[in-house]
Write a protein that binds this ligand. Structure first.
Ligand code: CUA
Length: 157
């Protein structure tokens, strides 16, 4: 009986430690994940983007004098809107999500490169000082058309 009790105590102690380790590891990797994909905490129902007021109609919206918000949908194998058009000298906050599989939203020649995960909204703010045209590409393998998944970003004068 006594042995049994000790065993139980040790067992419970061991389990508490294991759970503690798992929590530490999970918590740690979640922190890393967020750092890598920017802020992707917001959740969204991937199958209902059509009914979401932000993503039903992917677009760029002016929200301040030089401030814009871009609602972008990355899906097999296109980006919407395409091209994304913003004025030079603007600060643009991108909200990007996917209705199907994992993609990325990467603006060639810049450090904008975020993973786009179905169910999450990747968010990043970028300043565009000069006019120019950029390619938008997907850096996450997403299927047979992955290599053709391209869009354009026009920063207009
Ligand atoms: Cu989308 Cu690769």
């Amino acid at each position: 009986m006594n042995v049994h009790t000790y065993e139980k105590v040790w067992l419970i102690g061991a389990m508490v430690l294991i759970v503690g380790f798992i929590v530490t590891i999970t918590y740690g990797s979640v922190g890393l994940g967020i750092a890598m994909v920017d802020d992707s905490e917001e959740t969204i129902e991937p199958s209902e983007l059509d009914e979401d007021e932000r993503f039903a109609d992917p677009r760029v919206e002016q929200v301040g004098e030089n401030e814009y918000e871009a609602y972008v949908v990355a899906q097999t194998f296109i980006f919407q809107p395409d091209p994304i058009e913003v004025p030079s000298g603007s600060e643009v906050t991108f909200y990007v999500t996917s209705p199907d599989v994992i993609h990325s939203f990467s603006i060639v020649g810049t450090n904008v490169n975020t993973m786009v995960i179905p169910g999450e909204v990747a968010t990043m703010t970028v300043e565009f000082d000069e006019a120019g045209e950029y390619g938008v590409v997907c850096n996450e393998y997403c299927g047979s058309g992955h290599h053709t998944m391209e869009g354009e970003l026009h920063v207009v004068p």
